[in-house]
Design a protein around this ligand. Structure first.
Ligand code: HEM
Ligand SMILES: Nc1nc2c(c(=O)[nH]1)N[C@H]1C(S)=C(S)[C@@H](COP(=O)(O)O)O[C@H]1N2
Ligand SMILES: [Mo]
Length: 379
């Protein structure tokens, strides 16, 4: 028996039906990616109409974990989908008429933006920020709208073909009698997506950490058993963080107070088990102890008013040196200015002398090495 080479340019495995099934799987993964991605953007840059709760504590962990997991599972789906239509991309003439030209352009935008999203996403979670000559979140964010717009256009244009392909009575080209079948190919793509998921999802589904061999190394562990994105050294705070003259400045409409570490330790201490959820997809639970943010608000604001907090780090520069805590999170008794991790003083890399930790909040907003908190009445 002669074995036919499979997956070639002229492979008989290609059919509208196979492309349709791959396309549906890809569209679902892309849809989840788009929605969870836009949600993440809104949580980080909330417009006036947007409201994000402080509970459940794990919600952002799930949505962002899903974003990165579905994004990574997209890689084999996208590869197989492109392979299944590859000969079409070289059809002659490339453009027949105006309508066809628009359709071709939307396909070009779709392929380009989809590849861009997947490649930049993978580069970001692997921390190869340096080789991207643009600011990742902005480029990835705006291209997502190009991708989803082109995807919806594409689905609209292809709907008749999709309908026909899903109609069981329609003849599909004969399957090759030897080698890989369409069902086999579809199963292989599914298995590849599954393998990628198992190999990476342990960075957030911690019981799977040991089998997730492709999870980036820095997401596995760190000082005090918790990963670190930016170290005290990288943030340039090694000296200022251990200065005994350190005071936390708390500013508000009712006055300003300066608290030493001993002052903070003398206030009522509370313990909470909360995850750090890095936007890059890793997350881990830890036990934090410290002062409630709302107790600090009480020192400098008028009781009963809704306040938000602007939290600033000792770190001089850097995009994540400050964050704003919205009223639901300021009120939440689990929102802490933490002094301890698992009962020990914070490691310098985790934000010594004190760091913000709030429930249901992206990691980038969990400001470390907090030096100043300004409360103001929420508008
Ligand atoms: C392998 C695939 C992907 C990976 C690994 C990935 C990873 C990421 C990461 C790490 C972020 C957080 C960025 C930050 O806030 O610093 C993000 C945000 C985002 N992603 Fe993806 N992504 C992937 C695919 C996609 C796709 C296919 C779409 C849309 C169709 C998408 C849409 C978004 C959006 C809208 C954001 C929010 C950006 C912002 O905060 O401004 N991503 N992605
Ligand atoms: N001042 C400051 N705080 C920061 C950062 C930073 O770069 N500077 N990085 C943030 C990011 S991206 C994450 S994921 C968390 C990680 O906290 P950890 O290092 O204690 O795990 O800290 C956040 N707090
Ligand atoms: Mo992060």
């Amino acid at each position: 028996m002669v074995r036919r080479p499979v997956l070639t340019f002229t492979s008989p495995l290609r059919s509208a039906r196979l492309t349709t099934h791959l396309g549906i799987a890809l569209a679902v993964a892309f849809g989840v990616c788009f929605l969870t991605g836009v949600l993440s953007h809104l949580v980080q840059h909330p417009p006036g109409w947007f409201w994000w709760p402080s509970r459940p504590v794990w919600l952002y962990r799930v949505t962002q974990g899903l974003h990165v997991a579905t994004g990574l599972a997209t890689v084999p789906l996208l590869a197989a989908k492109l392979w299944s239509v590859f000969p079409h991309l070289f059809r002659w003439p490339p453009v027949r008429d105006a309508a066809h030209a628009v359709e071709r352009l939307s396909v070009a935008a779709l392929v380009g933006s989809a590849l861009f999203e997947v490649v930049t996403g993978v580069l970001n979670v692997s921390r190869w920020y340096g080789i991207m000559p643009f600011f990742f979140p902005s480029a990835h964010y705006w291209t997502a709208f190009v991708a989803i717009g082109a995807l919806l256009t594409h689905i609209g244009v292809k709907l008749p073909v999709v309908r026909e392909a899903l109609n069981r009575s329609v003849e599909t080209p004969p399957e090759p009698s030897d080698g890989l079948t369409r069902r086999g190919l579809f199963a292989a793509v599914g298995a590849a997506a599954g393998l990628i998921t198992v190999a990476t999802v342990g960075q957030t589904v911690r019981p799977l950490a040991r089998v997730s061999v492709l999870a980036p190394p820095h997401t596995r562990t760190g000082p005090q058993g918790l990963p670190v994105n930016r170290t005290a050294d990288a943030a340039g705070v090694v000296e200022t963080a251990r200065d005994p003259a350190f005071r936390l400045e708390v500013v508000g409409p009712a006055g300003t107070v300066r608290l030493s570490l001993a002052d903070l330790e003398a206030m009522p201490q509370h313990t909470a088990r909360l995850p750090i959820t890095c936007v890059e997809g890793w997350s881990a639970d830890a036990t934090w102890t410290g002062v409630r943010l709302r107790d600090l608000a009480a020192l400098s604001t008028v009781e009963g008013r809704d306040v938000e907090a602007h939290v600033e780090s000792l770190q001089r520069g850097g995009r994540w040196r400050a964050s704003t805590v919205a009223p639901p999170h300021v009120r939440d008794p689990l929102t802490l200015v933490a002094l301890r991790l698992d009962g020990e003083p914070l490691h310098p890399d985790h934000g010594y002398p004190c760091r913000l930790i709030a429930p249901n909040r992206p990691g980038v907003l969990q400001t470390k090495w907090v030096a100043r908190i300004a409360f103001r009445e929420a508008s």
